[in-house]
Design a protein around this ligand. Structure first.
Ligand SMILES: NC(=O)c1ccc[n+]([C@@H]2O[C@H](COP(=O)([O-])OP(=O)(O)OC[C@H]3O[C@@H](n4cnc5c(N)ncnc54)[C@H](OP(=O)(O)O)[C@@H]3O)[C@@H](O)[C@H]2O)c1
Length: 295
């Protein structure tokens, strides 16, 4: 199978590249950089160019492009960068697909559970409506761009990814950092739901989606979202450190501004579509994922 991965140098993309190569797939990475220690096709992620021919005859294109949402406060400039780094590459990829004689069967495009906004205890699946904050509106526009591929006869999947847990870095490393020094605890009220997924399950989900007939939004989350309170408790048990500190919402708001919504918003999302397809998770419950990822 030939897989093109845009944003294949990032946290998820790097792992997807290695997993795909180890399964014997042909992998083409699209990157804005040329000095990499593996072959990649350079693109500018915004406009047409030589890179378009690299997509020809691919079985699927996986688009994981987007600058980090948690590096820096969300001023107007940062918001534009977060927005453009997702919308423009998606638009460029779909435009490239329209030019190809032999189009890929699928476009698997990143999105996020931020699509749902802040939803308290509501149980969310792929049919739930979107939220109305910055991230939610971004995800709505991002998914709309990706779904344009459908009109070209390319099956489009929008992966609404939850917090990705991995042994090597990412959200879990940042969240676990204060706990390692005995300074961990709940964030805000601790009642907000966190939807998470182990990176191993996310990668297998992407492979299974390439081979499936599933289209449209897919929640890429484990079947067991947890409240932040329970997450803090489970993390402290796994690391054998106390979790006695609680950081009030106003402190997070002052320190992080609007970025605090990433940890304070509540999304109780369930992987209804992928579960219905028979997909089996390796890590269904939080303690097994934390034990694997942190030890
Ligand atoms: N990790 C998570 O917990 C999580 C959760 C929900 C959703 N997601 C979404 O999943 C996607 C991948 O996440 P990740 O954690 O792997 O991200 P990451 O480590 O930040 O990597 C993102 C990739 O996007 C490319 N990129 C960055 N800025 C770009 C720009 N302005 N134009 C074009 N490409 C750009 C980079 O590739 P080059 O520098 O090689 O061009 C980079 O390798 C992102 O869209 C993210 O929003 C991630």
């Amino acid at each position: 199978m030939k897989l093109v991965i845009a944003g294949g140098t990032g946290f998820i993309g790097e792992r997807l590249r290695k997993a795909a190569v180890s399964k014997g797939h042909e992998v083409v990475i699209l990157s804005r950089h040329s000095q990499l220690n593996f072959p990649a096709v350079v693109w500018d992620a915004k406009s047409s160019g030589e890179w378009q021919s690299a997509i020809e005859k691919a079985d699927a294109v996986v688009n994981l492009c987007g600058t980090s949402i948690v590096d820096g406060r969300w001023n107007m400039r940062q918001k534009k960068q977060i927005y453009d780094s997702r919308i423009l590459p998606t638009r460029a990829l779909v435009a490239a697909l329209s030019q190809l004689k032999e189009k890929p069967k699928a476009l698997i495009n990143a999105s996020a559970i931020g699509f749902y906004g802040d939803r308290a205890d509501e149980e969310l699946d792929e049919s739930s409506k979107s939220g109305d904050d910055f991230l939610a509106k971004l995800c709505v526009d991002w998914e709309r761009e990706a779904l344009m591929a459908q009109s070209l006869g390319v099956r489009a999947v929008c992966l609404r990814i939850g917090l990705v847990f991995s042994k090597e870095g990412g959200a879990l490393k940042r969240l676990a950092f204060p706990f390692r020094f005995g300074l961990g605890g709940r964030l805000g009220s601790g009642r907000q739901w966190m939807s998470w997924i182990a990176v191993e399950d996310l990668l297998e989900m992407i492979f299974s989606l390439v081979d499936s007939e599933i289209l449209g939004p897919v929640n890429a989350v484990s079947p067991n979202p947890v409240r932040n309170n329970d997450f803090a408790l489970s993390l402290s048990q796994t690391l054998q450190r106390p979790a006695w500190i609680s950081v009030p919402r106003w402190v997070l708001n002052c320190a992080l501004g609007e970025v605090s919504s990433v940890v304070l918003s509540s999304q109780r999302a369930f992987p209804k579509k992928i579960a219905a397809s028979g997909f089996k998770f390796q890590f269904e419950d939080l303690s097994s994922a934390l034990n694997f990822s942190l030890k």
